[in-house]
Design a protein around this ligand. Structure first.
Ligand SMILES: [Ca+2]
Length: 443
């Protein structure tokens, strides 16, 4: 269904606007208002004009518009760079180059021809288990301030020696010397924990108003996962901060005694994908459930997303045929959010989330995409069709609103991140280990 041909015409942009309006009026109405970030008028989700930024790898002379005979969906995969080591996050520089994090702690500058340079000047990263150097983002005003932001696992020191936790830092990138200066740590997930190297969350995304969202996992210790419900701790939360690390006055818990003022939402397990809806400005996220029960959520201010009190997944060890008791004992509860979509009975381990707003691939415009690690695929959500979304991993019957992209499924690689680049291309990071760790472009 990805490749269904659609004729191009001058009415396309208007039609897309109508589709987004239909999204708001139909099954996904709740996603179009009510959130703390949703007050601003919604811009047209599809840019009528191409991105002003120069093109990526295979387009040495930037072409301002897609070729006349461009396919309506990607039909080929090109390797932009190989030789990476567990790449995790991706950002696009205005000059056509790329920044890619490697979990082991290197920030890579990648040329349009795939050449790798290591950026120096980052603070120490503790690379262990799922932890290390994680996501990367450019400041919305990067062209004038050259500022970049990254998330990572920070080792504790002093009284916190032997513990670790997620941190977010920013600095000023000097491309000429391939270094970062003026580094400031702007967020720490506290308290740091002992005995875990997992569930950091770690995605960062700028909201339309310039606030920075940070997803923070529950840190995987079973005995401590209840902290996801504890507003005094950073576990299992999404944070929202100003770009300098200070706290927005309209954060939902700033007036709650004992609560961290940076909390935007709570009750999360391990959110590894985050993207801001192009029409509503709301944060959407995908998170890892336990065994089964991975979730797609619309992350609204002050809401409780349930972990570990409710879940659509089982404790590890249940067989797929088991009718397990969900973690927490129930799949729903009053005053707790339900995911927009969830995966059962298998996990797909979603990582990376992208609203496709480009016009290069017309059949993808207005769709949402999530990478998958254990699922080794790219999920496509036809959110613009309205109605409910349910995802059933391989072996099941996938409903039409949630499907896998065959082009990516056939790669059989763990997809860590998916991003829309300049000129409407789609880029993937594969986190496979060995020679298969790459930056890919879908053509
Ligand atoms: Ca949940």
């Amino acid at each position: 269904m990805n490749a269904s041909p659609e004729p191009r015409s001058g009415r396309r942009t208007a039609e897309r606007r109508l589709r987004w309006l239909a999204l708001c009026a139909a099954g996904l109405a709740a996603s179009c208002g009510g959130g703390g970030d949703a007050a601003a008028p919604a811009p047209a989700p599809v840019a009528g004009a191409p991105s002003p930024a120069p093109g990526p790898a295979a387009a040495p002379s930037p072409s301002p518009s897609p070729p006349a005979q461009a396919p309506s969906a990607p039909t080929a995969v090109a390797t932009v760079a190989s030789g990476l080591d567990h790449p995790w996050g991706l950002a696009f520089l205005p000059d056509g180059r790329f920044l890619v994090t490697e979990r082991a702690g290197r920030l890579r500058l990648i040329s349009t021809s795939g050449g790798l340079t290591t950026i120096s000047g980052l603070p120490a990263v503790q690379a262990t288990g799922q932890g290390g150097l994680l996501d990367i983002a450019l400041d919305p005003a990067f062209a004038s301030n050259q500022r970049i932001y990254w998330s990572y696992n920070e080792a504790g020191s002093g009284a916190e020696a032997g513990r670790n936790g997620l941190a977010v830092a920013r600095g000023v990138l000097d491309l000429a010397s391939a270094s970062v200066g003026n580094v400031q740590v702007i967020l720490r997930q506290t308290p740091k924990v002992a005995g875990s190297s997992g569930h950091f969350g770690g995605r960062i995304a700028f909201g339309r108003d310039g606030h920075l969202f940070v997803t923070m996992g529950d840190r995987q210790n079973d005995s401590e996962r209840g902290y996801a419900q504890d507003l005094s701790r950073g576990h299992g939360k999404v944070a929202r901060i100003h770009a300098d690390g200070t706290i927005p006055a309209d954060n939902p818990f700033v007036a709650t005694a004992g609560a961290r003022s940076d909390i935007w939402s709570y009750g999360h397990r391990n959110p590894q994908g985050a993207a801001v809806h192009p029409a509503t400005g709301e944060l959407w996220s995908v998170e890892h459930g336990p065994q089964g029960g991975d979730e797609l959520n619309v992350v609204r201010a002050g809401r409780n997303f349930g972990w570990p009190l409710i879940s659509h997944g089982c404790e590890y060890g249940a067989t797929p045929a088991d009718r397990c008791t969900p973690v927490g004992g129930a799949t729903s509860a009053p005053a707790m959010e339900q995911p927009l979509a969830h995966w059962v009975p298998y996990s797909t381990a979603p990582s990376g989330l992208m609203f496709y707003t480009g016009s290069r691939f017309g059949a993808w415009t207005g769709k949402l995409f999530a990478g998958a690690l254990s699922g080794r695929t790219l999920w496509r959500f036809d959110i613009d069709n309205g109605g409910s979304i349910a995802c059933t991993p391989p072996g099941g019957q996938a409903p039409s609103n949630c499907s896998e992209v065959p082009l990516v499924k056939n790669l059989n690689l763990r997809i860590r991140d998916v991003r829309q680049g300049p000129q409407g291309h789609v880029f993937l990071l594969t986190d496979q280990g060995g020679n298969a760790d790459r930056l890919l472009r879908l053509d």
